[in-house]
Design a protein. Structure first.
Length: 453
């Protein structure tokens, strides 16, 4: 295998013909999945001085498929005017039958502080996931959960169904039963649950989505979903129970139509240190414009990283959403405090709103970058990577509510801040340990986890 000579030995502005790929390590993954992420194709001409930048971008695109632990790409000179690309990958484990122990609470902090880690508030079961079922980056996910609540879910997605590898499909079906679920939000922004000895809420949802990814960084997704929700009369008779589905309903069926645009040029979709991620879209709930379960949801999410030095970078997140008209049932007013949409330091609060926005700024500094020899001596994972980032951060937010649904934190400027560390290891598992404070003089230690599993 010949090396690429230094550019001083060659004419870096001369055009070289790219002749193809040589791939090693892709035992399960089809080679066309790897070819899809390359910005150059066999027969293309490329200047030697441009090749390192092109290959770095291709490596980032390959890593964002979440199919590989490591990726090594290097050009190989075949003769005076031809070049080949050598790709060596180590594939991730793709099959994960894992036991599940889930909390019914919003997050770990709420479960520990509010409910003292009550084990009766756990849902248990099994989750079976295959992240590369046929080698075409298609994912199959099966969930069977029982215990305090129940959930049965099937999802399947295949990113490319056409020869040009630009169109993909995904689908899901889920059925759930709940003994406990949030029925309203109190004035001091705490969830007020409805509890029952029997299952008081039942929901079925199913959806089909079509994704068009014509180029490397942009994609368009359209979808249709069917939803059915039913609650018992005991829920309706509880305080503010009539507001849960709206108009005093005990059951509702509705269609969701959605469109989403996404742009992703980050170097690592799970923990980016440079690049831009942008997502925006709309969702029409219900086929009418008035009464019942109807609404037009609009959302936007923009995250950008700004490298400062080799080990230091900043990230800025801007996100917001709204629903029209403003008169909505309880389940359509969820805003700050749900999922990843929260201010750090305000994790114990939920803020329902019909329009909301948030900005987060974080300064990151890499503190540790280790590779520890795997004690299990696995050929596929010889080393366990550990990276630790220190960070300082500040958040601001605002959540607008109509007069009949006002709480303590609605319609006011909110801010918080703090410091912490992010610990990253195999499969992009991340543990965040944060010490945060907010404008009300409250402070505390917060834990957050996220991972590929």
């Amino acid at each position: 295998m010949n090396r690429i000579p230094a550019t001083s030995e060659l004419d870096s502005l001369a055009l070289y013909q790219f002749t193809g790929f040589r791939i090693e390590g892709a035992r399960k993954t089809k080679q066309q999945i790897i070819h899809r992420e390359f910005r150059i194709k066999p027969g293309d001409s490329v200047r030697l001085q441009d090749l390192p930048v092109i290959l770095e971008a291709c490596e980032q695109l390959l890593y964002n498929t979440n199919l590989f632990n490591t990726i090594k790409i290097k050009p190989v000179l075949e003769n005076n005017r031809q070049v080949q690309v050598y790709i060596e990958v180590t594939e991730r484990w793709y099959i994960y039958p894992t036991p599940q122990f889930k909390l019914i609470d919003r997050n770990l902090n709420e479960w520990l502080k509010v409910y003292d880690g009550d084990l009766n508030r756990i849902i248990y079961g099994v989750k079976g996931t295959h992240y590369n079922l046929t080698g075409r980056a298609d994912q199959l996910n099966l969930i069977f959960l029982s215990g305090y609540n129940r959930n049965y879910t099937l999802t399947y997605s295949i990113p490319y169904v056409n020869k040009a590898m630009t169109k993909g499909l995904s689908m899901y079906f889920t059925y759930s039963q709940n003994r406990e679920f949030p029925l309203q939000t109190s004035f001091d922004n705490k969830l007020t649950p409805f509890r029952s000895t029997t299952f008081a809420r039942e929901q079925f949802s199913g959806g089909l989505f079509y994704r068009h990814r014509k180029n490397f960084y942009r994609s368009h997704t359209t979808g249709i979903q069917y939803n059915s929700i039913q609650i018992t009369d005991s829920v309706l008779s509880a305080a503010k129970g009539a507001d849960y589905l709206g108009d005093g309903q005990t059951n509702t069926r509705f269609i969701d139509l959605s469109y989403q645009y996404q742009y992703n040029s980050t170097n690592n979709i799970n923990y980016p240190t440079k690049g831009i991620f942008f997502r925006a879209g709309l969702q029409k709930r219900g086929l009418e414009w008035r009464g019942g379960m109807n609404g037009l949801f609009l959302f936007m999410n923009h995250r950008q990283q700004f490298p400062h030095t080799k080990k230091t970078f900043s990230s800025l997140l801007l996100t917001g959403k709204t629903v029209l008209p403003f008169r909505q049932s309880y389940i359509n007013r969820r805003a700050l405090g749900y999922g990843d949409y929260y201010l750090r330091g305000l994790e114990y609060y939920v803020i329902d709103a019909v329009a909301s926005g948030m900005a987060q700024y974080t300064l990151h500094r890499q503190l540790v970058d280790w590779k520890i020899k795997n004690p299990l001596r696995m050929k596929s994972i010889p080393y366990i990577p550990i990276r630790i980032f220190g960070k300082l951060y500040g958040d601001i937010g605002y959540a607008h509510a109509t007069d009949d649904h006002m709480t303590k934190l609605n319609n006011r400027f909110l801010y918080s801040g703090g410091t912490g560390i992010d610990i990253l290891t195999l499969y992009d598992f991340k543990l965040s340990i944060e010490y945060s404070f907010n404008q009300f003089g409250e402070n505390g230690l917060f834990l957050h986890t996220r991972g590929f599993f």
